[in-house]
Design a protein around this ligand. Structure first.
Ligand SMILES: Cc1cc2nc3c(=O)[nH]c(=O)nc-3n(C[C@H](O)[C@H](O)[C@H](O)COP(=O)(O)OP(=O)(O)OC[C@H]3O[C@@H](n4cnc5c(N)ncnc54)[C@H](O)[C@@H]3O)c2cc1C
Length: 287
């Protein structure tokens, strides 16, 4: 463990002032479930650790002007327990239900999950299907960035050293009748995800898919929305055959992004199979 000085500002202004002068020597601390590991391993060696736990601006979940706002300091337990998120972001809520363990969920925050920029961060696929934006604060003001641009690569953040994530703005799901989050890890609990997926869809009375958002995580350098799958299934009445074909396109695009590595013989059928399993209710319900 490296030596560092600990700061716990009482206000956002104090935190941002500190970051404007010492941001490049500082690591921001939220729940600490990633940062303490990095400090112990020496992969983070800051002079200062800035604890955000007293900052009210990073807290709370609300719906206003048709947009959902989730504070960066909101914990996974708070996400899981939120009636608002159950209604408007069901895939994110399911992700919170399967995240780590109860003890970790009680302290781990959504802001920390995004800012750590792990390809395996579970909240990213659900955030991507809701076209989330991160609101970043520095003492120069606020800046908005699409969620997919927070990570510039695996464990590489695009945030400036003087910035913190304040909150996330999501488009709430509207008139959708399906949403899900799925995850494959090496074991059932406390496993780093190998593949994560989230989707939400609207299927009309004639069973045609009139709206679909689909995102993938953990098996590409950064989680991403897969337009190929969305476009392929749009306006179709889904069948097992069409889902299987869409899964094939998905697997192909993963291999295109990552290159054909030794893990491809596992990844290709696993990605395809998991997508078919997740999307299967579109065929089954009302069929
Ligand atoms: C046993 C165990 C199991 C886990 N299981 C899972 C799992 O199932 N799924 C999963 O996705 N992750 C998992 N994780 C990883 C971790 O719990 C999550 O990534 C968590 O959401 C990180 O949030 P935190 O509040 O603890 O962040 P911290 O550890 O406090 O911070 C993480 C990083 O984000 C930065 N940061 C934090 N808040 C902000 C902010 N507001 N603005 C800018 N930068 C910020 C920090 O500087 C640091 O670099 C697990 C970790 C452990 C130890």
């Amino acid at each position: 463990m490296v030596n560092f000085a600990y700061r716990r500002p009482k206000s956002l202004a104090e935190a941002l002032d500190f970051l404007s002068s010492c941001g490049n020597k500082t690591k921001v601390l939220a729940g600490g479930t990633d940062l303490t590991v990095d400090l112990r391993q020496g992969s983070a060696q800051p002079e200062y650790v800035l604890d955000t736990s007293r900052l009210d601006e990073l807290k709370g979940i609300e719906l206003s002007n048709g947009q959902l706002c989730i504070g960066a300091g909101v914990t996974l337990t708070e996400i899981y327990e939120s009636a608002l998120l159950e209604r408007y972001t069901p895939a994110l809520q399911k992700c919170a239900a399967t995240f780590a363990s109860k003890q970790i969920r009680n302290v781990a925050t959504i802001g920390g999950n995004v800012a750590h920029c792990s390809p395996c961060a579970d909240t990213l696929p659900p955030l991507l299907i809701h076209e989330a934006k991160a609101i970043l604060a520095s003492n120069k003001g606020l800046r908005e960035t699409p969620i997919e641009d927070v990570a510039s690569g695996p464990y590489e953040s695009s945030l400036r050293p003087d910035e913190i994530i304040l909150r996330f703005i999501l488009k709430p799901s509207k008139d959708i009748n399906f949403a899900d989050f799925q995850k494959i890890g090496r074991r059932k609990a406390l496993a780093t995800a190998r593949i994560t997926m989230a989707f939400m869809a609207r299927q009309d009375a004639d069973r045609k898919i009139s709206f679909l958002r689909f995102a993938l995580g953990a098996c590409t350098p950064t989680p991403q929305r897969i337009a190929l799958v969305e476009d392929y299934l749009a306006c179709r009445v889904p069948t097992v055959q069409t889902l299987w074909e869409a899964g094939g396109l998905l697997a192909e695009s993963v291999l295109e992004i990552t290159g054909r590595r030794p893990s491809a013989s596992y990844k290709e059928p696993a990605v395809r199979g998991l997508s078919v399993r997740m999307l299967y209710p579109l065929v089954h319900v009302g069929a």
